[in-house]
Write a protein that binds this ligand. Structure first.
Ligand code: ACO
Length: 336
């Protein structure tokens, strides 16, 4: 069974409800049909039922089994206004502003539904930027207790690859924190280890990536990764984590032998922590395009309930996959 099929199987074992606010998007409607057929989630679409049904009909898509919530006449609208107001009043939110936001911003509506427990998670971003998709989630759902920074990861499934966990890797932070300081980088690493374990069932081996291996280069950028490695180890000595390591030393056993002899991680890392957003974002896209890897994400970790972003260039199949991951993350939240 392929990796994504294992995630779908997990999602089916305890079916969660995911809200998809972008009912105006063709790929989202096509994904709804497939997700319901595969049984990986119950779905809520946001929008005017008449329009959504007509759009689906035109596309030849069946929406049988989906729940369509129209914010314009949702019986829960006023309770969501109160919830949004309470969450954000310290930041200047008024009841009037909350009402206006929920009437006009479909993404915030979806996030508030998740906060209220009307849905277990949300997937959006097929027609909104990453920043617009993530901002309301960060503002309203907030971090998991004990976590300071939400970060974004990809599960990479590299075909015909024996490296990592038989070609499965977690890359982070590819989506949120522009230039994490050592404290943030350490947290990204330890959260990523837990995420990898929970999603893949594999044992994480975390490499703190750099352009230097074990002191081969001297630079403040290297110092940052060395300090993050120290902090992560101090906070979570149970996690198998090492740095600073170049990518080849992290994943190729023979290179690890010469560049990082004795490292408990070098040569077989499966969780790759990049020093900043540029490196991580470029890194995942390079593996996706040149190695023809499946890239599932960006997904958020460290957030209290799962909200995940889609690329605006995504395909229907990507939405189907991210919904399955989101449903599994919702199960993980329940078990915490
Ligand atoms: N963890 C937890 N909370 C956070 C985080 C974080 N990492 N970042 C921001 N927040 C919170 C803030 O504390 C703030 O909360 P508050 O309003 O209650 O005080 C709220 O989110 C808004 O934060 P701002 O910094 O004011 O908002 P901003 O919009 O400037 O930044 C954002 C947030 C959108 C996530 C920003 O970090 C960002 O744009 N990141 C890069 C996104 C991106 O472009 N990624 C690359 C593309 S993705 C791809 O290619 C796959």
């Amino acid at each position: 069974m392929g990796f994504i099929d294992r995630i779908k199987e997990k999602a089916r074992q305890n079916v969660k409800t995911i809200v998809l606010p972008e009912s105006n998007d063709r790929r989202t409607l096509e994904a709804v049909e497939q997700i319901l057929k595969e049984g990986t989630a119950k779905l809520i679409l946001l929008g005017d039922p008449e329009k959504v049904t007509a759009d689906a009909k035109e596309l030849g898509v069946s929406l049988e089994g989906v729940s369509i919530v129209n914010p314009a006449n949702d019986k829960n609208f006023e309770s969501y206004v109160q919830l949004l107001y309470e969450c954000r009043k310290a930041k200047g939110m008024t009841e009037e502003k909350a009402r206006d936001t929920l009437s006009n911003d479909i993404l915030t509506y979806g996030v508030v539904m998740v906060k209220a427990g009307a849905a277990d998670g949300m997937v959006a971003g097929a027609c909104h930027s990453t920043a617009d998709t993530l901002r309301p989630a960060l503002q309203i759902i907030k971090t998991t207790p004990g976590v300071k920074s939400v970060s974004g990861f990809f599960i990479m499934d590299v075909p015909n690859c024996e490296l990592g966990d038989d070609g499965i890797f977690l890359f982070a932070d590819c989506a949120v924190n522009q230039n994490p300081d050592p404290v943030q980088l350490a947290e990204i690493a330890t959260n990523s280890a837990r995420t990898f374990e929970a999603l893949t069932g594999g044992v994480p081996a975390v490499a703190m990536l750099s352009h230097s291996s074990k002191g081969s280069s001297k630079h403040p950028d290297v110092d940052k990764v060395v300090e993050a490695t120290r902090l992560a180890r101090e906070a979570h000595p149970d996690i198998n984590l090492d740095g600073e390591l170049q990518l080849d030393a992290a994943i190729i056993p023979v290179v690890a032998e010469s560049k990082a002899k004795g490292s408990p991680v070098a040569g077989h890392a499966n969780v790759l922590i990049f020093p900043d957003l540029d490196a991580a974002n470029i890194g995942y896209k390079m593996v996706q395009r040149l190695a023809k890897a499946e890239a599932y994400g960006p997904m958020l970790q460290g957030i209290a309930k799962p909200v995940n972003d889609l690329s605006r260039g995504c395909y229907t199949e990507d939405i189907v996959g991210v919904v399955a991951f989101t449903a599994v993350q919702a199960q993980m939240c329940e078990n915490k």
